[in-house]
Design a protein around this ligand. Structure first.
Ligand code: ATP
Ligand code: MG
Length: 394
C-alpha cells in the first residue's frame, strides 16, 4: 500500500510536474513506519509559498510568511510547507525568522528528533538522513544534531521528547536526556499555551507514567507551572480515559484546587467545570458511596472518573466499574428535570392559582419525589402525590 491519500499524492505529483521537489514529512511518516494510522499529512516542498499558491486553484494562506499553505485537493485540505530553516525562538512561540531553502536536508536538520526527521516520496520510498528508522526500531527519542543546542533554540522540544515517551512508550536517548537536565529551566520561558497542548497529548497517550517519571528524573518538573510531587499516586489510574481525566488525576495527585490548576495552565471553562465536579465527587466518594442524588447531579464522565481517581485517596478502593456506574445512572427514574411528566402549567391548572415562585419550588419537590421513587413519573400519579402534599402544607 502507498503512503498518504490519493489527493496528497496528487499534490506532490503536480508540484513535481512543475519542476519542484515535494515529499511527505513529519509525524505521519513516523507513524506510518511504526505501522500506525497516519495522523495529519504534511508535505514539504522546494517550491516557495507564492509558487504553491499560484500552482493550485484552491488554497488557503494559513501562514505563507512561515512557509505554510493549505492546498484543497478534491475537497481534502493538505498542508504544504516550503523547505526552511529556523532561527531561534526568542519569544518562545515562533521562530524569529524562517529562511526558505532549496535542500530537503536543510529542512530535515531543523526538525527535533530523528524519528520526526524522516521523509517519504510519493512512491513510498523512505528518506532517512539521520538514522530515524533505527531509532524507531530501538524505541529511542534522539535529538537531531546537538541536543543541548536544539533545546536552547526551542525549549518546547524538551516537553515534546517527554510527550513522545507517553504516546509511543519510547525511551529518551541518554545524551538527549542529559541535555534536558542541563537545559530544563528554559521551559519556564515557553508560553503556557504551548506547554498545555503538549500536556493534553501526553495525557492521551497510553504510557503517561513514563512521562511523569521523565519529568521528575530530568528535573523539568520543577520548572513547570504546577507539578505533583507524588507521582506514585498516579500509578493506580493510568492510562487515562480522556485528556480531562488526565488533568483531574494531575490535580488530585498534586493536591491542587481546580482554580489553581486552571490558572497555572490556562485551562478552559469547560475543563475547569469538569475538574470542579470531579474534585467535589471525589470528596464525597472518600467518605461514602454515591447516593441517588449524586448519581443524578453529576454526569456520567464525572462519576466514572471520580470513582477511578478516588483510589488516589488513602484507603479508598475502586468499587464500581464504569459499566456499573452507567447502569446505576440509567436506573434513575429520570435523568433531568426535562424528563418530568408534568410542567409548571399543570400545577397552575390543578390549583387554579397564578404561576409564581411557588411553581418552581413545587416542581423541584416533584422532581425529588420522582427521583427517589416516592412517586411514579406519570401525570396522574404526580397529580395525586402533589394534591396530597400540597394540602398538607397549605
Ligand atoms: P503529532 O503526531 O502529535 O502530530 P508531530 O511530530 O507530527 O506529532 P507536529 O506538531 O504535527 O508534531 O509537527 C510536525 C513535524 O514538525 C514534526 O514531526 C517535526 O518534524 C516538526 N516539528 C514540530 N515541532 C517542532 C519543534 N518544536 N522543533 C523542531 N521540529 C518540530
Ligand atoms: Mg503532526
Amino acid at each position: 500500500v502507498l503512503f498518504g491519500t490519493e489527493s496528497s499524492r496528487k499534490v506532490i505529483r503536480l508540484l513535481e510536474d512543475a519542476g519542484h521537489e515535494a515529499v511527505f514529512v513529519g509525524g505521519a511518516v513516523r507513524d506510518h513506519v511504526l505501522g500506525k494510522r497516519a495522523s495529519d499529512i504534511d508535505i514539504a516542498t522546494s517550491a516557495e509559498p507564492q509558487e504553491v499558491l499560484a500552482l493550485f486553484p484552491l488554497t488557503v494562506d494559513v501562514g505563507s510568511a512561515h512557509g505554510t499553505v493549505i492546498v484543497l485537493m478534491d475537497g481534502e485540505p493538505i498542508e504544504v510547507t516550503t523547505y526552511r530553516t529556523e532561527g531561534t525562538y526568542t519569544d518562545h512561540r515562533r521562530p524569529d525568522e524562517v529562511r526558505f531553502v532549496k535542500s530537503l536536508r536543510d529542512d530535515l536538520l531543523r526538525r527535533d528528533f530523528t524519528m520526526n526527521a524522516l521523509a517519504m516520496t510519493k512512491e513510498g520510498e523512505l528518506i532517512d538522513l539521520f538514522g530515524g528508522q533505527q531509532d524507531l526500531a530501538g524505541g529511542l527519542i534522539r535529538a537531531v544534531g546537538n541536543a543541548a543546542e536544539r533545546f536552547a533554540e526551542d525549549a518546547l522540544r524538551m516537553l515534546r521528547a517527554i510527550r513522545f515517551t507517553a504516546v509511543l512508550g519510547f525511551r529518551i536517548e541518554t545524551e538527549t536526556f542529559e541535555a534536558i537536565r542541563v537545559e530544563a529551566e528554559r521551559i519556564q520561558h515557553v508560553s503556557v499555551e504551548r506547554v498545555k497542548d503538549e500536556m493534553d497529548k501526553l495525557f492521551k497517550g497510553p504510557y503517561p507514567l513514563k512521562a511523569f517519571q521523565s519529568f521528575q528524573d530530568s528535573g523539568l518538573a520543577a520548572y513547570l507551572p504546577l507539578f505533583p510531587t507524588d507521582i506514585e499516586k498516579l500509578n493506580r489510574c493510568v492510562p487515562f480515559r480522556s485528556v480531562l481525566e488526565g488533568w483531574a488525576a494531575f490535580m488530585l495527585a498534586g493536591d491542587f484546587t481546580p482554580a489553581e490548576l486552571t490558572r497555572a495552565y490556562k485551562l478552559s471553562n469547560n475543563e475547569k467545570t469538569f475538574l470542579t465536579a470531579v474534585h467535589h465527587a471525589v470528596a464525597i466518594r472518600s467518605t461514602r458511596m454515591y447516593s441517588i442524588d449524586d448519581y443524578y447531579h453529576f454526569n456520567e464522565d464525572v462519576l466514572i472518573t471520580a470513582e477511578k481517581l478516588s483510589t488516589i485517596q488513602p484507603g479508598v478502593v475502586q468499587a464500581l466499574s464504569p459499566q456499573e456506574i452507567m447502569q446505576n445512572k440509567q436506573l434513575l427514574p429520570i435523568q433531568s428535570a426535562a424528563e418530568l411528566a408534568v410542567k409548571g402549567k399543570d400545577l397552575i391548572q390543578w390549583t387554579g392559582m397564578k404561576g409564581g415562585r411557588w411553581t418552581g419550588e413545587w416542581l423541584a419537590k416533584i422532581e425529588k419525589a420522582v427521583l427517589h421513587n416516592w412517586c411514579e413519573n406519570e401525570p396522574n400519579k404526580i397529580k395525586e402525590w402533589f394534591s396530597h402534599e400540597y394540602k398538607r402544607e397549605n
